[in-house]
Design a protein around this ligand. Sequence first.
Ligand code: 5CA
Length: 446
Amino acid sequence: MRLNPAVRLSEYFMPTLKENPAEAEIASHRLMLRAGMIRQSASGIYSWLPMGYRVLRKIEQIVREEQDRAGANEILMPTIQSADLWRKSGRYDDYGKEMLRITDRHDREMLFGPTNEELITDLFRDGAVSYKDCPQMMYHIQWKFRDEVRPRFGVMRGREFFMKDGYSFDLTVEDGLKSYNRMFVSYLRTYAKMGLQVIPMRADTGPIGGENSHEFIILAETGESEVFCHEDFLSLDPNAEAVNYKGDLQPIVDQWTSMYAATEEMHDEGKFEAEVPEGKRVSARGIEVGHIFFFGTKYSEPLGAVVQDKEGKQVPVQMGSYGIGVSRLIGAIIEAHHDENGIIWPESVAPFQVGIINLRVGDDACDEACEGMFTKLQEAGVEVMYDDRDTKAGAKFADMDLIGLPWQIAVGPRSLKNGQVEVKNRRTGEKQEVSIEAALELVTVS
Ligand code: 5CA
């Protein structure tokens, strides 16, 4: 997947808003609307405009790379599913009103998938024969629909949302828990790559089911869940680069599960007080950006997903499922990285690394300097957005801060007379007047 490496704002569709939209209650929702990333088309259903879609793709790609690295195989299942399989697992009725049910022209009952345990179990049942087909892990990144009672906070709690859902198939419980650990560790890597400090918390399994489950939580005042954990999680380093999936992952999982961390549903105040010293007790709000489950044979048994074991016996496979809220992550990242002027993207998910601001479009020297840098940055493989619109300087600076690219290079006639341009680091706010060459060097090297 290759994203367009360079765009001119005069040709880009980025309808930014000066005012805060009244319907947006939290920063990420406000900023995504203001930066022209998304537009609501119906309650909890959004269109993704060029800037928003670009970030969605970047996050999706990080998720994909980390799933591949952990040994999962990518597939694509449909959004529309037949009700039959869901009757077999017993979830057709259990899921209730959250499931969007559809009838086709032949009066067959269909549904827009809220998740895919049934479908993938059926696929595995159909193709797997013996213990040699285990272990197996597959994932897909696909739109889901849940008719949430209260869609809110923009992409945070949508009705249509983009999810990575992965599934593991193992012969024994022991192996199943190894797969669970593998995903656990790959999640630490995934979120760290996006600039998020995530905390795995013991969690309730809800309609997915099973005994063993963790939610991956980002602390944020605007989070929807109440959570409790040891303060030391906030400085625990996932040391993402060091993970080697060939080795034993248990020590890493142990390190990340030895301290108290639980969502509201699983919280035990007595245990919390006994295990965590008073000054270290964090009770806060959090955003759930991922959720993993080990549920054994809950689906394989009713759906007949059995394989022959080494003794020739037919046994149902041990399964887990692993979700990441890809579209929700955009909201979570913005909640963690913004200021009063706008978004501050971590480099790994920034739509572009550099924004060039031409402060005097039509001035030969300014145009030439900007065009030159625009070309050079492309040649250096740096993703760049060039604000070549014929609008006021103030509006251009405000838009560039709002969309939060890591680096800005402003080019105006006065400084340019001395061969200088202004480079600004969006995160620190630090500005430097430097030569064009030095500016290119600064934004390319970092
Ligand atoms: N089948 C399992 C794991 S693949 C599953 O569906 N788990 S889940 O229900 O917890 O969803 C996985 C992730 O999707 C959640 O952790 C959350 O980050 C995201 N998510 C769930 N509901 C929504 C929603 N309404 N809007 C945006 N993201 C959501």
